[in-house]
Ligand binder design. Structure first.
Ligand code: ADP
Ligand code: MG
Ligand code: ZN
Length: 480
């Protein structure tokens, strides 16, 4: 009997810290690493009698997010109290939105959006010491600076079918939010946090399986690894004929282990009720107009424009527009007046493959030592065959390490393409003589045997020779 194939079903819940001036319901400034508990007031400390007032800018940002995700914007939405106790929540409840959120429905790429709502962040708990011990006793310390920071929570439908697709989609969401300018979207610093809801079902089935929720993963790599680990865990359970238990889980990226945080809470556990201290959010025409006017060009539109304006392939245009600030870098580089000019598609290729490949994960090209103008100049030199592709790559190595001007580097290192055809022909002849075996095989029709001969020429010329020219000369001299 053949084994059942399982299909992954994943839905994401994303918390985005909004970069407003002040907190969600009070006038305290947002915190950027100030000393603990210096950005607080009676409202965000939850003192009795203090009254919240909703932050207009947070509502504005929420509407922009809703517009970017194609949501239906609710003319009227309300806040609810979500009741639970935790030391990072001094009121004993979080002010959130429940059954009347700011935005409903929508879509980004292939993934449907379920809803977007506004809420406040909790304070920050730090468990001190290797074993959570301080002064000989267990301790957690709390910093209320973060408490009350505005959050937009974005909830997707369970439309994602693999761990890689989850990470890719989250990248698209992040670049979209960055373009909107509504958040720092910095995962390490917690301004973008993602929970993944995960289940398996027999391939082809329409029914959803029992899901688990992986909490608070703070990098794309961990999200991908965490989801993969959880899918593997669930598959093992199902293949053993057992049942997945609905629970909230933690993925430890160091050990790769998944542990249970708590059994799944239900909405009724929170005793949601409408927040009596806040008015409903009523969206005026003026607020809608203001949100529409503030909308920048979004990644999908940027991809189409790059394709049309610069004649890029659809694939390259999408890569540039959807990945971090690659599109910005490309646009800066393509505008540079360099001579010889860099063909846009070649520039895109060098940026996507060569430059990005040389930078570490998480380092954006705009933050690297390679100025957009320098990359454009380098690609121009290669395209005009003033330097070989190999030499171009060495120049790029140098630019990544030290920055600088490609023309100066080419001169200083003598990397200019060999202009003297006779000199190159001589080196090819020497290469053939030094690799007589290979030459015989090439003559006998084995084209692949040419490798050692080309290698010899490239070593002798330090990569300055043009690859096409070398192959032409070898074929000519061997009469092949
Ligand atoms: P909960 O009440 O547990 O928060 P929701 O129905 O509100 O669950 O959904 C929360 C998230 O979980 C959404 O992103 C949704 O798409 C996703 N989700 C719901 N059911 C499943 C499932 N069976 N498998 C995977 N994800 C799911
Ligand atoms: Mg949930
Ligand atoms: Zn405050």
């Amino acid at each position: 009997m053949s084994e059942v194939e399982y299909e992954a079903v994943i839905g994401l819940e994303i918390h985005v810290q909004l970069s407003t001036q002040t907190k969600m319901f009070c006038g305290c400034g947002l915190s950027f690493g100030e000393p603990p508990n210096t950005r607080t007031c009676p409202v965000c400390l939850g003192l009795p009698g203090a009254l919240p007032v909703a932050n207009e800018m947070a509502v504005h940002y929420g509407l922009m997010i809703g517009l970017a995700l194609g949501c239906e914007l609710a003319p009227r939405s309300i806040f609810h109290r979500k009741n639970y106790f935790y030391p990072d929540l001094p009121k004993g409840y979080q002010i959130s939105q429940y059954d009347e959120p700011l935005c409903k429905g929508g879509r980004l790429g292939e993934v449907r959006i379920h809803r977007v709502h506004l809420e406040e962040d909790a304070a920050k708990l730090t468990h001190v010491g290797a074993s959570g011990r301080i002064h000989g006793s267990d301790a957690s310390i709390v910093d209320f600076n973060r408490g009350g920071t505005p959050l937009a929570e974005i909830v997707t439908e369970p439309d994602i079918r693999s761990a890689e697709a989850a990470a890719d989609w989250l990248r698209l969401l992040r670049v979209t939010l960055r373009r909107l300018g509504v958040s720092d979207v910095n995962m390490e610093e917690g301004s973008l946090r993602c929970d993944a809801n995960i289940s398996l079902r027999p391939a082809g089935s329409e029914q959803l399986g029992v899901k688990t929720e992986l909490k608070n993963m703070n990098s794309f790599r961990f999200i991908e690894r965490g989801i993969k680990a959880e899918l593997a865990r669930q598959e093992k359970i199902l293949r053993a004929g057992e049942r997945v238990i609905q629970e909230t889980l933690h993925f430890d990226p160091n050990s790769g282990r998944i542990t249970s945080l708590r059994s799944k809470e239900q909405a009724h556990d929170y005793r949601y009720f409408p927040e009596p201290d806040l008015l409903p959010i009523a969206i005026s025409q003026q607020m809608l107009d203001r949100a529409r006017e503030a909308m920048p060009e979004l990644p999908a539109a940027m991809a189409t424009r790059l394709e049309q304006e610069h004649g890029l392939s659809a694939e390259s245009a999408e890569l540039l527009a959807f990945k971090d600030e690659l599109g910005d870098y490309f646009e800066a580089a393509v505008r540079e007046p360099v001579d010889p000019q860099a063909p846009p598609q070649a520039l895109a290729n060098w940026l996507i493959t060569d430059l990005t490949g040389r930078l570490g994960e998480g380092q954006a090209p705009l933050q690297s030592r390679v100025e957009p103008g320098a990359l454009a100049a380098l690609v121009g030199l290669v395209a005009a065959k003033r330097i070989s592709v190999g030499a171009g790559r060495s120049v790029l190595d140098k630019l990544v390490a030290e920055g600088g001007d490609p023309v100066a580097i080419v001169e200083a290192e003598g990397l200019g393409a060999m202009s003297d055809g006779d000199e190159l022909a001589g080196i090819v002849a020497a290469a053939i003589a030094a690799n007589a075996d290979a030459a015989e095989r090439v003559k006998a029709g084995n084209a692949k045997a040419v490798g050692p001969i080309v290698g010899y020429v490239m070593r002798e010329t330090k990569g300055r020779a043009d690859g096409g020219e070398v192959n032409r000369l070898i074929a000519q001299q061997l009469g092949a």
